[in-house]
Design a protein around this ligand. Sequence first.
Ligand code: PAF
Length: 253
Amino acid sequence: MSLVCLGLDLWRGLRASPEWAGRSIGFVPTMGALHAGHASLLKRARAENDRVVLSLFVNPTQFDDPADLARYPRTFEADLELARPFTDAVIAPNEEQLYPGGYHCRVTENDLSRRREGAHRPGHFDGVLTIVLKLLNLVQPTRAYFGEKDWQQLQLVRRMADAFFLPCEIVGCPTVREADGLALSSRNRRLTPEGRQRAAEFPRAMRHAKTPADAIVTLKALGFDLDYVEDEAGRRIGAVRLEGVRLIDNVAI
Ligand code: PAF
């Protein structure tokens, strides 16, 4: 890793330098608390581009619950260690730099973003799309990498990139799972050991149920609180809560 750019001026200078201008750039936007799922995005970016940029920014505008934002794990030093082998530059701007003058200009998608996650987390996707557009404009990557675990987010980022003719390829990457099938997520670390074991029933039930309604019955019987399970375009997409921790996942059907 050549550089950790906390400020954006340093980043802009680097982006315009002869070592970077004219090179292909792979970008992995994250909120930190990196795990092997993020490492897989960075590895893919490394394989497909001359340069790799990682962003670390816990984006306040995508949290509908201030307590959730306050609880979000912040593990800056460990994140740098995990990213080091695959990354050329890290940008970690602060809120003032990314929202100069506040949150008055935002991106709103008014169709898919209103369903599923959007219905349960009002304003969430406005926050996600707004920060992704800001970061894409700052980094100007050739390709940007997103995990398929956040399926709806990936579809919405693709829609935004198409709608605004963004000169960047949006690359979706397969979900990385623990040995028992649980999708890796920064939120998993908030589960108790017993909750962590039970959480693996979530993708199992989604995969094995014949219909979303069957999956819901099974998951409720297993003690999960259900937000939704729905099928769409060959995918079963769901969100549940366990021990107050919200888990989302999707599987091919
Ligand atoms: O998937 C995430 O971690 C976030 O939603 C993203 C894309 C980094 C925007 O803050």
